[in-house]
Design a protein around this ligand. Structure first.
Ligand code: NAD
Length: 438
């Protein structure tokens, strides 16, 4: 089947490469000519483990190509996936749908008869209806379908998530869309036992937001319990284990930390709230999760200040890990940014190390010195703060780090190190959800 994918970001590119891996003929299109020219030469615009091999293999097999010419991509395609960004509108919180609508307008006159336009971007309920209207206005009624197929992949493990998903959700309003989408996903997913959930289009759109809001709430719940653990002398890691082994609850997303970030949870929770408000419904639990999480990112700065004795003015802080999670270069809404900015406001001199994210971080942060070598980053520092649990950071030699520093303070916001190990290396250790050892 010929498939076109509009947008070659984290979702579009992974989807395109994986569809090609399943044997489809895929043409990916992006407005950004630099991205497309890089991709044609096998250069990825993002960091995602394993994606380079998938790209190389499928491009070499002639199943995967890249273009800026939307007509070339859409011509004869049975399915056209829209995977463009839906960022929050500044100051509003609702999703900016202009990229989705623009893509719909561009593809409308070019669609093959009976083509299925599939909205993969995360979009508020009712967007499928609006996309359909745009296409009808441009080309008339009847010879196309619009479906919803939200994406649940996680950056860092995106390929596995795409090829072996927990489930695929498909939202359709006609038989043609159901047929095309179940043909694309049916055979490969039969091998992995991943269920396909087919719903009405509006339900599918809402499933994506409900899932992200639930996960954001789960993280926020364990983060608040972590605060209580610190006060009462309990250990949140053990607590999460004891709670999460209950199958009704589940162990994942019970890792206490500096608050959720990334390109999805913050924007999707806000957009869901806006949709609910527009329909006169109060989602009070999600509202609380959003405000608790916002406050938490700054609260982590207070934790660092506590660790150095209160006054951080003129002290040097080394932040280890900048991206919102390991194995990605994505810095969108990363908790490291408000943490660093808050510490700077209190006078701290900031340094940072991240194995992959420093290039993107440098575009968002001012007056931060970046270090490829974590040990050099720690030289003469008064505190190290672990913000992202990269493997390479988990493997650091604590004794060597300690020797580089002026004052031996280690603040672990990700539960990477055990207190005993940090203390044995000579650190004053503080962590999220565990009693401090000063
Ligand atoms: P992104 O910003 O990384 O990529 C979007 C791409 O679309 C950009 O390369 C941009 O140049 C391109 N684009 C925009 N308008 C275009 C047009 N008219 N024609 C061609 N290209 C166009 O975005 P992303 O992170 O891949 O997210 C895409 C969507 O998927 C969003 O709605 C997001 O919420 C959702 N999503 C993201 C993730 C994730 O982990 N990043 C996971 C699940 C869902």
């Amino acid at each position: 089947m010929k498939i076109a994918v509009i947008g070659t970001g984290y979702v579009g590119l992974v989807s395109g490469c994986c569809f090609a891996e399943w044997g489809h003929e895929v043409v990916c299109v992006d407005k950004n000519a630099e991205k497309i020219s890089g991709l044609r030469q096998g250069r990825l615009p993002i960091y995602e483990p394993g994606l380079d091999e998938l790209l190389e293999r499928n491009a070499a097999a002639g199943r995967l190509s890249f273009t800026c010419d939307v007509a070339e991509a859409v011509k004869d395609a049975a399915a056209v996936f829209i995977a463009v960004g839906t960022p929050p509108r500044p100051g509003h919180g609702d999703a900016d749908l202009s990229f989705v609508y623009m893509a719909a307008k561009e593809i409308a006159p070019l669609l093959a008869d009976n083509a299925v336009v599939v909205v993969k971007s995360t979009v508020p309920v009712g967007t499928g209806d609006a996309v359909e209207k745009i296409i009808v206005t441009e080309r008339g009624r009847g010879t196309f379908s619009v479906a919803s197929n939200p994406e649940f992949l996680r950056e860092g493990v995106a390929i596995r998530d795409f090829l072996e998903p927990d489930r695929v959700v498909i939202g359709v309003v006609d038989e043609r869309a159901r047929e095309v989408l179940t043909t694309i996903y049916g055979e490969p997913l039969a091998k992995t036992n991943s269920p396909i959930v087919v719903t009405e289009r509006r339900t599918s759109e809402l499933i994506k937001y409900a899932a992200n809001a639930f996960l954001a709430t789960k993280i926020t719940f364990i983060n608040e319990l972590a605060d209580l653990c610190e006060q009462v002398g309990s250990d949140v890691e053990e607590l999460a284990l004891g709670v999460g082994l209950d199958k009704r609850i589940g162990a994942s997303f019970l890792n206490a930390g500096p608050g959720y970030g990334g390109s999805c949870f913050p924007k999707d929770t806000l957009a869901l709230l806006r949709t609910a408000q527009d329909h006169g419904v109060a989602l009070r639990i999600v509202e609380e999760a959003v405000s608790v999480n916002d406050a938490r990112k700054r609260k982590m700065a207070l934790k660092v200040m506590d660790a150095v004795g209160g006054d951080i003015d003129g002290l040097t802080v080394a932040v280890f890990g900048l991206t919102f999670k390991p194995d990605t270069d994505d810095m969108r809404e990363a908790p490291s940014v408000p943490l660093i900015e808050t510490l700077q406001r209190f006078g701290a001199v900031m340094r940072a190390h991240d194995p992959i994210g420093m290039k993107n971080a440098a575009q968002m942060l001012e007056n931060v010195e970046f270090f490829e070598d974590p040990y050099e980053c720690a030289r003469d520092a008064d505190a190290i703060v672990i913000v992202t649990e990269w493997d390479s950071i988990q493997r650091l030699d604590l004794v060597r780090l300690r020797r580089m520093m002026r004052s031996p303070n280690l603040v672990d916001l990700r539960g990477v190190f055990k207190a005993g190990r940090a203390e044995a290396a000579g650190f004053h250790f503080s962590a999220v959800g565990r009693p401090t050892t000063r």
